[in-house]
Design a binder for this molecule. Sequence first.
Ligand SMILES: Nc1ncnc2c1ncn2[C@@H]1O[C@H](COP(=O)(O)OP(=O)(O)OP(=O)(O)O)[C@@H](O)[C@H]1O
Ligand SMILES: [Mg+2]
Length: 268
Amino acid sequence: MPKTLAVVSLKGGVGKTTTCTNLAAYVAAMGVPTLLVDLDVQNGVRFGVGLDTYTGPTLEDVLLHGRRPEEALVPTNRTELAVVLSGRFSDDGALEAYERAFERDVTWLARLLPHLATKDFVPQLVLLDTPAGLGNVTTGAIVAADALILPVQCEPLSLRTLPPMLRRVLHIKAQYNPRLSIEGILLTMYDERQSAAADIVRQAREAFPNGLVFDTVIPRHEELAVSFAVGTPAVTLKTRAAGAQAYIQLGREVIMRLPEDGGDATPG
Ligand SMILES: Nc1ncnc2c1ncn2[C@@H]1O[C@H](COP(=O)(O)OP(=O)(O)OP(=O)(O)O)[C@@H](O)[C@H]1O
Ligand SMILES: [Mg+2]
């Protein structure tokens, strides 16, 4: 079975999608078959990995229009990386129907994930990009995940949203997904020019000891925003500036924690 990591946060704009696209691109480049699933109707992944012009089936089509799950797998120019996009949501009410489907059945995604594979592509790592907040779509992702990556922007408000978030996560875990664990709290957009940033790193490590906070801290670096805007994850650029280097380091932390058996997906 693949390992499924959901990237979730209560606060928006903290780097979830940037983390998903860079982590997926790096881990795949290291030879680990990786599936990136965009659950967010904002479609950030579509732009972040340069699939703006893709018109084929999406999660919306699987959920609402009876397409087979494997039809929604979009291969990329990296053989080990496949993507599933959330949808186009062009029909009236499509957004609402998408959200309602997750509300109706919080385990839908968990049951769907094993079917997002083909005979040529069986993921070893699945990354779920989620919308900000703890709505039904994100709840579905938490129910489907083995572990969570919790990005926290290095500023006070973002850190304060962590305890209520963790309480809700514990509730979902108890109700639906007892095997769920925390992969790590990821400190993002660290800006050394802001005096509060170092305090946030210290406070997070004090409040959540025992390796719960990733060693890697993601700096605020323009290259991450620019590469996102042009649809190429920064980790794949030759320049490899500080932001990309940090995501490479994070990728190594994540690969180290993959199951030893290499995620053998043989049924049974
Ligand atoms: N480390 C970083 N340095 C500089 N810019 C960043 C960094 N991480 C993300 N950004 C930029 O900040 C914005 C928000 O990032 P991103 O979309 O990854 O956050 P998000 O948590 O997915 O947002 P949302 O909650 O809306 O889905 C984007 O414009 C992105 O390019
Ligand atoms: Mg996002």
